[in-house]
Design a protein around this ligand. Sequence first.
Ligand SMILES: [Zn+2]
Length: 325
Amino acid sequence: MSVLSKPYFHNEAEAFAFVESVLWAQGPVCPHCGAMGRVYVLAGVRTKATKKNPEGVVREGLKKCGDCRKQFTVRIGTIFEESHLPLHKWLQAIFLMCSSKKGVSSHQLHRTLEVTYKTAWFLSHRIREAMRDGELAPFGGGGGIVEVDETFQGQDPDAAPSKMAIRNKNAILTLVERGGRARSIVMPVDQLNAANIAEVLSVNVVKEARLRTDEAKHYITPGKAYAEHQSVAHAREEYVSKDDPTVHTNTVEGFYSIFKRGMKGVYQHCSKKHLHRYAAEFDFRYSNRIALGVDDKARAVTALKGVVGKRLTYRRPHDGLNARG
Ligand SMILES: [Zn+2]
């Protein structure tokens, strides 16, 4: 039996049961008043008759709160709420995006799920939002090693005109905890300086951490706030220090190599506006990777737990179509 033959990928009632088991592990919670316990299942309630469905369709997962008397389903208050897409298709999309190392394009989702391109585009951005790191626990606790590096991605239409190609791109600063998580911050190239790097580090890295960077000048002052800061001289073709083999930035460079291949091969056109979401997607898969004991299913369940409280509404959907994620 393949993973894709799981009933919750195909059957709407099973999909509701699965999502409820993840989001309501302690039992249903009324999203209107927060009550638990006195919640009733409204079985067999149908929607109003339409031309297409003269007998209406069954409202799966419908509940009624014994306290406030209001009705609800597990979709309320989540990224699923404002979409008519069946929940089992959402689960298919989440699984695909969580199990593909370099991501899945909206065009691919559009073809695989047999939904419109526009739906696929909305869907994938909402799933990226679910992947966004909700807990912001800092890196480097217990003197752990944190590698910091920057890369440049896509064009920044707001950058001051420059003949240097790199000055017209978006900058991404990435922190990788060796043997742990990744966190990427998108910023305009002209703001990639010591002061801003120091600020990002102060929020995301504890003082006892041991930093590893390349020899770029903008890491020198920020690095002084940490228990240790060592760098490799890439300009001199030094990639691992001869004196101390823990001094390298190969981990964060490995992260960038997957990110770059994904952005180039899968997400060819990504606008500046959405770049932070794509970065969050790669951070999420990295921080929940198989080497840390997280398999595809567990990763999808973690993403599913992130759907709560992250409804995204785009007032101007045509913006998105220009981005062609
Ligand atoms: Zn209630």
